[in-house]
Design a protein around this ligand. Structure first.
Ligand code: SF4
Length: 321
């Protein structure tokens, strides 16, 4: 089998992770690489195991996305999933996940696709029953919100055959920094072919972004859509849908040529900042010490690599050889 190479790539979530904490990015992209090998270093093996942990927000958000995707697939195939049954199935799935994670032996890798939660793995990250109930209630309200959302009404009105995308397929487009070409990965929740052009919808389970800014996300989606569907930028629009908080709202942002130029520049700038820290982006060589740790302890409290991170402002790590 050909050797796997950790060649550099970029995505919105990687850019966000790097901005949150460079060291966390390093654990995720470099420290954990090869941790699945039999002769992996203890640090790589542990970082790889920790990388597969999730937290209560990501877990419930992923299950909500999955439920909506499945619901739209059913509707597209002619079935009529009812809102109450859909909500009940999500609740049952969340209960199963929760029990599976809670009863899993700590510090041991789980089978592929098993949900293992940081809150169960690390006693310092534990949360109260009220907090667990809060995230589950929010996930259920997101599904209720989906069925009464303006976005869902628009999909129904436009017709399920107009769904260009309803999945989490990872696709990519190329970008380059100083002659180094790399893929930029994109996942789109929903792309709808409407009479006014392509509408991209992004399901959100969290609170509306206080800044109201989705510039980088919109830019990456717009660049990708223009290339993928060969469409005029003026016919691409984007809207986040805050399922639990404001599902009736559809804040459409139109795309302009200027935004595409800015998005191209943003990708280059953000990827360029990461590339400056990497010794060899072709072969995936990057030294940990080049990646700064955050100074914000609140980021460390929800970081899966906390027990490995000896330079964390929380200083709670165990030492690995
Ligand atoms: S524990 Fe803190 S400093 Fe260390 S990787 Fe995580 S967020 Fe960064």
């Amino acid at each position: 089998m050909a050797e796997l190479v950790n060649r550099f790539s970029y995505s919105l979530s990687q850019g966000n992770q790097f901005r949150t904490c460079e060291r966390q990015y390093w654990f995720s992209r470099y420290g954990s690489w090869g941790g699945w090998e039999k002769d992996a270093l203890p640090l790589s093996r542990e970082a790889y195991r920790l990388k597969k942990l999730t937290n209560r927000y990501l877990w419930t958000g992923n299950r909500v996305h999955e439920t909506i995707r499945h619901t739209l697939d059913l509707l597209r195939s002619g079935s009529q999933p009812d809102p109450v049954g859909t909500r009940d199935r999500l609740l049952e799935q969340l209960r199963q996940d929760f029990r599976g994670s809670r009863d899993h032996p700590r510090k041991t890798p789980g089978p592929k696709n098993k949900v293992l939660l940081l809150e169960h793995e690390d006693p310092d990250s534990g949360v109260s029953d009220t907090q667990w109930k809060g995230v589950v209630d929010r996930a259920l309200s997101a599904i209720d919100g989906f069925f009464r959302s303006e976005a869902f009404r628009l999909i129904q009105k436009t017709g399920y055959a107009s769904l260009l995308r309803n999945d989490d397929v990872l696709e990519s487009m190329d970008s380059a920094v100083e002659g180094f070409v790399f893929p930029v990965y994109v996942t789109i929740d929903v792309a709808l072919d409407t009479p006014e052009g392509i509408l991209i919808l992004d399901w959100k389970t969290g609170k509306p972004d206080a800044s109201g800014s989705h510039e980088e996300q919109l830019g990456i989606y717009a660049l990708f859509s223009k290339k993928k569907w060969a469409t005029d930028p003026g016919r691409i629009r984007f809207s986040p849908v805050y399922l639990s908080y404001a599902p009736e709202r559809l804040d459409l942002s139109p795309v302009t040529e200027g935004m595409l130029d800015l998005a191209t520049e943003n990708i280059r700038t953000n990827a360029g900042k990461i590339l400056q820290k990497i010794d060899d982006p072709e072969r995936g060589v990057a030294r940990m010490e080049n990646f700064r740790t955050t100074e914000d302890p609140s980021e460390c409290r929800r970081c899966v690599y906390r027990t490995l991170c000896s330079d964390s402002p929380l200083k709670t790590a165990t030492t690995f050889p």
